[in-house]
Ligand binder design. Structure first.
Ligand code: 5GP
Ligand code: ZN
Length: 115
């Protein structure tokens, strides 16, 4: 828990969010500014600043994130059409919240390459 972190405050309930799923390791919320008909954020409950701060102790956590991404895409009916899991690391990639999170995008055709 980092006291000045937006996603830590969402995980603790201090700041409200539309929560679609949670377990002991992750919380899945709706993005406040969706970039696709389905745009969720998979947020590890543990405060990890960026991808570069992951350690081998987090390997199972990251695996779990991808398990949950597939489960959410399936449960919300867009797994068969296709979906994308995105992590933005640091400024040039567009990271704006300094608590590790994974975007789950679906519900439309997703172009490649991304911007
Ligand atoms: P990043 O740019 O760091 O990869 O992604 C941060 C994401 O968090 C953005 O897609 C942004 O719309 C979302 N976001 C920022 N503030 C809030 C908030 O207060 N609530 C929710 N649900 N999403 C937020
Ligand atoms: Zn945090």
């Amino acid at each position: 828990m980092s006291s000045d972190c937006l996603f830590c405050k969402i995980v603790s309930g201090e700041i409200p969010a539309k929560v679609r799923y949670q377990d002991e390791l992750v919380m899945v919320i709706e993005d406040i500014d969706p970039q696709a008909p389905e745009h969720m954020l998979i947020i590890p409950k543990k405060h990890i600043r960026t991808t570069l701060d992951l350690t081998t102790a987090d390997n199972s956590l990251v695996g779990h994130v991808f398990q949950i991404a597939g489960k959410m895409a399936h449960d919300y009916g867009f797994s068969e059409d296709g979906f994308r899991v995105v992590n933005n690391c640091n400024q040039a990639a567009g990271q704006t919240v300094w608590h590790l999170h994974f975007h789950l995008l679906g519900g439309r055709e997703l172009t490649w390459p991304p911007g």
